[in-house]
Design a protein around this ligand. Structure first.
Ligand code: BEZ
Ligand code: FE
Length: 331
């Protein structure tokens, strides 16, 4: 935006006689006056607040924001704060549904060439998943339709990564994570595995289902006002860590899901969509650890490719603008 008066003096300590006049501000001049009194010594802080004030003021001017709209925004943010707790983060949800979270992720975790794309961590991760053996199921019997997932963890040169920790979590067949149950006693539909000598991993699970984001808070009211549905397509969360490699937080999505192209939090990457094979073979179903062979199961084969820490650093190099000299003030 074109600022009006780029040459205002910076705020000077606490001596009121030395401060420039803040009086008689106009809708145009107020922006430069706010910049002038913001005299952060840290360059990044200065940069962020200059941009924030520019964009906020432009928003108010361009929309001619009414006092009622401003007040209802304040009320909305107050409610968002009030409903947030240590385990319920309505501000993050707000950021998610407005596309801010994926934007921050895209800037901070650009995909290095050849590596698996990242996806949102989401609010349902817990650290207490049990360490399981290759082939075990993360879901107890009765939690949903059977799914078997296997593949390898590789580096960007196609070499196996041995001993990578694969942490997987998902909804049960009703679309709920274990930590959405008030009577949760132990981890369910989540588990940790180690990749073996050839980089391979395998585990049983249930077919996750699409679910709505929490519908009792202010975030969902925004969706209603904007005529949007509250659903995430079914997905399986995976976090993979190995020494020397960038942590990968990602999700697998399932072909055919009705919400695949309209994810409420904009998380879907087409490279992460899998097409499960329907396996009817009873013996194979049982050999993969499922109790009721006659139910058959869905089968997904998927390799994950991790970037080294150096490859990730390289990809990130120019992603965050921290240089104040790139900021145009006063023109
Ligand atoms: C999830 O993937 O679990 C999730 C992400 C953002 C908002 C709500 C849920
Ligand atoms: Fe999720």
């Amino acid at each position: 935006m074109a600022t009006i008066n780029g040459g205002l003096p910076k705020q000077n300590g606490g001596d009121p006689s030395k401060l420039h006049s803040n009086a008689d501000l106009s809708p145009q001049s107020v922006t430069d006056h706010v910049h002038a009194v913001n005299a952060a010594s840290d360059e990044r802080t200065k940069f962020l607040f200059t941009k924030l004030v520019d964009h906020l003021h432009d928003f108010v001017r361009e929309t001619k924001l009414t006092t009622d709209e401003w007040m209802s925004t304040i009320k909305f943010l107050t409610e968002t704060g009030k409903i947030s707790t240590g385990v319920r983060q309505e501000f993050i949800l707000l950021s998610d549904i407005l596309g801010v979270s994926v934007l921050v992720d895209a800037i901070n975790y650009p995909t290095p060439p050849g590596a698996t794309e990242a996806a949102l961590l989401g609010p349902f991760y817990t650290e207490d998943a049990y360490q399981l053996q290759k082939g075990d199921s993360i879901a107890s019997e009765g939690k949903g339709d059977y799914l078997f997932v296997e593949g390898r963890v590789l580096d960007t040169q196609g070499k196996p990564i041995v001993g990578a920790v694969i942490d997987a979590w998902e909804t049960d067949g009703t679309g709920l994570y274990d930590n959405q149950y008030v009577d949760r006693e132990r981890p369910e539909c989540r588990g940790k595995f180690l990749s073996t000598e050839d980089g391979s991993y395998a585990f049983g699970a249930v077919i996750p289902v699409s679910y709505p984001i929490p519908n009792d808070g202010p975030a969902v009211r925004i969706l209603n006002a904007l005529g949007r549905h509250p659903y995430r397509p079914a997905h399986l969360h995976v976090m993979i860590q190995a020494p020397g490699y960038e942590k990968l937080v990602t999700q697998l999505y399932f072909k055919g899901d009705p919400y695949l192209m309209s994810d409420v939090v904009f998380g879907v990457r087409t490279s992460l969509i899998v097409d499960p094979e329907k396996v009817k073979d009873e013996a194979l179903t049982v050999s993969r650890g499922f109790k009721n062979g006659s139910k058959g199961h869905a089968y997904v084969k998927h390799d994950f490719v991790l970037a080294t820490v150096e490859e990730a650093k390289e990809a990130r190099k120019d992603a965050v603008v921290s240089d104040i000299s790139k900021l145009k003030i006063g023109n």
